[in-house]
Design a protein around this ligand. Sequence first.
Ligand code: 8YV
Length: 321
Amino acid sequence: MVSKPRLLVTRKLSPEVEERAAHDYDAIFNPDDQVFTSSELVAACQQVDAVLPCHSEMFTANVIAALPERLRVIANHSVGVDHIDLSAAAARGIIVTNTPDVLSDATAEIAILCMLGAARRGAEGNRLLRENRWASWSPSFMVGRQVTGKRFGILGMGRVGQVAAARARGFDMEIHYHNRQRLPPDQEEGAIWHETIESLVAASDVLSLHCPATPDTIGVIDAERLDLMPRGAILVNTARGSLVDEDALCDALQSGHLFAAGLDVFRTEPGGNLRLSALENVFVLPHIGSATFETRIAMGFRALDNLDAVFAGCDAPDRVA
Ligand code: 8YV
């Protein structure tokens, strides 16, 4: 009998996913869900043919250099691959895959939650009740911004961006976007394309970030671009914290230039940014964009589909390196 490929699953995944992995692979699990340090990751990978990591495992050039010859594929349980040095993996001939599409709905839901939480002062109101400080009501109490009919700007009109656009259309919002390439009309669905990021941010009552973190996009929302946003605008980030200059964002929120921000991602994770979390006009979540039961199963299955393809000698459907 041919032996099954040996697979390291770095984090605790859905029972359905672990069951399938155990059935099809000689799988090593992490039932305590401990996060590996770089040296633990390297050590754990020594006897395996494949690894199924999350974005919590950093595959730096050094880690990749220390992986064993037998390791053929890193099948991520994430769409973002900024935790992997893709060129180092490619140089070693290690296949890298991700999990697109299956988390677009869940992540777009969180973008809308962040938008509404920010616009309607969700964090502030929630805190009042939880701290038993709700002592009065008046027509001028906790007045927020209505998003219906406003301009929803999308930076990165890929899979998640397009679903977020569809959801925002449900609020009669006018969709604006910037992508390196303009979408064909059937995908644009009337959205207004901006050739530059500057033009997009200036036209956004709500600016929602949906682009990957790459060397070109890290810090893309800096002090100057925040300054170009209309006074009273809202920033939503469900993509990656590294896209935003968090100090500049704090300043823009404290000065009142921005009305609020809704953030699911931070430069430092876990933990977030305490200066941002302390602000009343910031609605924060702990990176839960794709954290639904349905999506977690779909992400795990998609990662396993990629592994199955590689070990069947086929092209991995979601190969990114
Ligand atoms: C996931 C994400 O929860 O897929 C991504 O890129 O950021 C998240 O939504 C996480 O990466 C799971 O590993």
